[in-house]
Write a protein that binds this ligand. Structure first.
Ligand code: NDP
Length: 481
């Protein structure tokens, strides 16, 4: 059965969700808490069957215990009872990823469930919460042994999907004969964040904003990702990833794309993704000329926090892995030609913040010539906030200009509402057949085309020497402000 973009089939009753790699870190910290969140807020039908699959010898009770610290309280209470009912929907199958045996048992379990419920057209979701090295192994086995030939299959694939253009294309090539494009849901969890989704509403449901976001009015666009902690405990992963792959090529590029793309022709998932791809195609591939600063954190000034290289989990003690990068982008289109677009990301910094800042130009004439320019800012983390700086007259007799904040802090505005977390949104969307907030192949392709030359440069023989900045500082000297 083929879905049309306008009428996605919603998975409601008797859906089967299989989590591969259910014994892992992501399942514990994100997948189960998100599923429990959806269930406890009435957004996951109690008739859903959740089957965990992994090689380890673990029980459902152990999985429950390990995810408990990460589960949010529901808005309606009685969580212990809800948790018990939720885990009654869960079962576990121990099996290998690369041989048929486990998948045959999985298929039996799925068919038994569907038979018992009298399901005519199976709805199956397979969540690949496993390391990328086995994405294709699991995907092939899904197609071979558990694909819903008489129903609808959706496959959620975790990130990263490749680590450069070549490996991403290789993976795409592997997936292509297995599943149709609308069956694959590739995650960039930033797209699940409610406040990232809000960017499109902020721009296009408030036309006055969008109409002023162009080269005539905007001085610069800046995206900032600041983490106050280092690679602690994850040095093995981070050392082969680096800050560019970890957050820039994916999460921050998504924010930048949503902030700068043209308005999609409709609310349709593919119209939104088309607009993103169009924008990405207007960017120049990144290389040495785009690098403003690169750094690696050293010890904190008080000596209490270790340097990146002192971290026990960083094995290469001569690693030049970047924990900080500042880049400039050029967007060659009518709207943005000549406007500096700046992206910065760093670990071991002085703050915990992810934001986009649209800096307006100075007022160059009239009675308030030169007054402090406006800014439009969205904080995605830690506290979702949108604010705009606004010039007004200070109170009193004097004609004094004063800049204030027009502030919308979401926790204050929507105190009583349940705001779904990123993974809750994404899993819910996959059940609804809404794939606008999942990454399409051509989008992945252009984003890797932009970043691969840069990665080759910073990881190649002529790589720039990272400047060592103190843990807990603002990063390397000389970054643009
Ligand atoms: P894990 O390393 O915890 O792996 C998940 C499970 O996969 C493990 O419990 C293990 O299960 C199995 N596994 C691990 N290594 C191998 C291997 N080499 N070969 C076969 N099976 C293996 O990963 P995470 O849970 O951290 O991540 C899962 C996916 O989610 C990855 O793609 C990751 O990039 C992505 N991700 C993770 C995030 C996180 O916070 N953890 C955040 C964002 C994305 P068993 O041995 O029981 O079969």
């Amino acid at each position: 059965m083929t879905q049309t973009n306008s009428e996605p089939v919603k998975f409601e009753k008797d859906t089967v969700l299989v989590i591969f790699g259910a014994s892992g870190d992501l399942a514990k910290k994100e997948t189960f808490p998100a599923l429990f969140g959806l269930y406890s807020e009435g957004c996951l039908d109690p008739s859903t069957k959740i089957i965990c699959y992994a090689r380890s010898n673990v029980t459902v009770e152990q999985l429950k215990k390990s995810c408990l610290p990460y589960c949010r309280k529901s808005t309606t209470g009685n969580d212990e009872v809800k948790m018990k009912k939720f885990f009654n929907m869960v079962s576990y199958i121990q099996g290998q990823y690369d041989t048929d045996d486990g998948y045959i048992r999985l298929n039996d379990a799925i068919e038994d469930f569907e038979h018992e419920r009298g399901v005519q057209e199976p709805h199956r979701v397979f969540y690949l919460a496993v390391p990328p090295s086995i994405f294709l192994t699991v995907a092939s086995q899904v197609k071979k042994n558990v694909y819903a030939y008489n129903g609808i299959t959706r496959v959620i694939v975790e990130k990263p999907f490749g680590d450069d253009l070549e490996s991403s294309r290789e993976l795409q090539k592997g997936f292509k004969p297995l599943f149709r494009a609308e069956e694959i849901y590739k995650i960039d969890h930033f797209l699940g964040k409610d406040d990232v989704r809000r960017l499109l509403t902020a721009r296009f449901a408030n036309p006055f904003l969008n109409q002023s976001w162009n080269k005539e009015n905007i001085e610069s666009v800046q995206v900032w990702f600041k983490e106050p902690f280092g690679a602690e405990g994850r040095g093995g992963f981070f050392d082969s990833t680096g800050i560019i792959r970890d957050v820039m090529q994916n999460h921050l590029l998504q924010i930048l794309t949503l902030a700068t793309m043209e308005e999609p022709v409709s609310n349709d998932a593919d119209a939104i993704r088309d607009a993103k791809v169009e924008l990405l195609k207007c960017m120049e591939p990144l290389g040495p000329k785009n690098v403003v600063a690169v750094g690696q954190y050293g010890k904190s000034v008080d000596g209490k926090k270790p340097s990146y290289l002192d971290d026990d989990t960083v094995l290469n003690k001569e690693s030049k892995c970047l924990t900080f990068t500042e880049l400039t982008f050029a967007i060659h289109n009518d709207r943005w030609e000549g406007v500096p677009i700046i992206m910065r990301a760093g670990k071991g910094l002085d703050e915990d913040r992810v934001e986009i800042r649209i800096q307006y130009k100075k007022n160059t004439s009239g009675m308030f010539e030169g007054c402090t320019p406006n800014q439009f800012v969205i904080h995605f983390h830690p506290e979702p906030t949108i604010f705009m700086t606004f010039n007004t007259k200070a109170p009193g007799f004097a004609d004094k200009l004063h800049q204030i904040k027009l502030d919308m802090t979401y926790d204050q505005q929507y105190k009583k509402e349940w705001v779904p977390e990123a993974y809750e949104c994404l899993i819910y969307d996959a059940f609804q057949g809404k794939y606008a907030n999942y990454v399409r192949d051509d989008e992945l392709d252009v984003s890797w085309s932009l970043f691969t030359p840069l990665l080759k440069y910073v990881e190649g023989p002529n790589a720039p020497q990272p400047e060592i900045y103190p843990y807990g500082s603002t990063g390397p000297k000389g970054i643009l402000e």
